[in-house]
Structure formats: structure tokens, C-alpha cells
Design a protein around this ligand. Structure first.
Ligand SMILES: [Zn+2]
Length: 92
């Protein structure tokens, strides 16, 4: 496999995946990936991407849920449980 950008060799590696939500950041360490030996471009396979998505969704959901429970009248965070459930397409 070669790099999409510079056509360097992609080698098996691990990386730290960071998802920034503005109010909070989800960090996943030791994520398996392919990394370009020339430019450092990282790509993930489909299985890993699905796992990342699930971890990030769970973390985001949990964070919002904790927020809503501990600060039901939090005016800084106007998202309701119903709103984010809708956003994440889950049933409460
Ligand atoms: Zn490259």
C-alpha cells in the first residue's frame, strides 16, 4: 500500500486518535493504523474506524449525559437529553 499524498510506503503503526468536540476532547491511544514512512500521513482500516466511531460516540454520549444530570439548568449547555439522543439516533 502506498501513501495517497506522496506515494511513500505505508507501514503498520499505532497512533493517538484525538476527537475535539469543543467542550471536551476524546483521546484514544494505541490505535492501529497505517502510517506513511515519508510524510507521516495516517490511515485507518474500516474495522478500526468503526471502533473509533463507537468509542467516540459512547464517550460523547456519556459526557453529555453527565452534564445534563449534574447541571439540569446549565445555561451554557443548551442541549437536552432528548436533543442529543436524537443527534446520536439512540432511544432513551
Ligand atoms: Zn506520504
Amino acid at each position: 500500500m502506498t501513501c495517497f499524498y506522496c506515494e511513500g510506503d505505508m507501514i503498520d503503526s499505532t497512533t493517538t486518535y484525538v476527537e475535539d468536540f469543543g467542550n471536551c476532547i476524546v483521546i484514544i491511544r494505541n490505535v492501529p493504523c497505517s502510517k506513511c514512512s515519508q510524510c507521516g500521513e495516517v490511515s485507518y482500516n474500516g474495522t478500526v474506524l468503526k471502533q473509533i466511531e463507537k468509542i467516540v460516540d459512547d464517550a460523547y454520549c456519556q459526557k453529555l449525559y453527565d452534564n445534563c444530570k449534574s447541571n439540569p439548568d446549565n445555561s451554557n449547555d443548551n442541549i437536552s437529553l432528548e436533543d442529543f439522543a436524537k443527534e446520536l439516533r439512540i432511544e432513551l
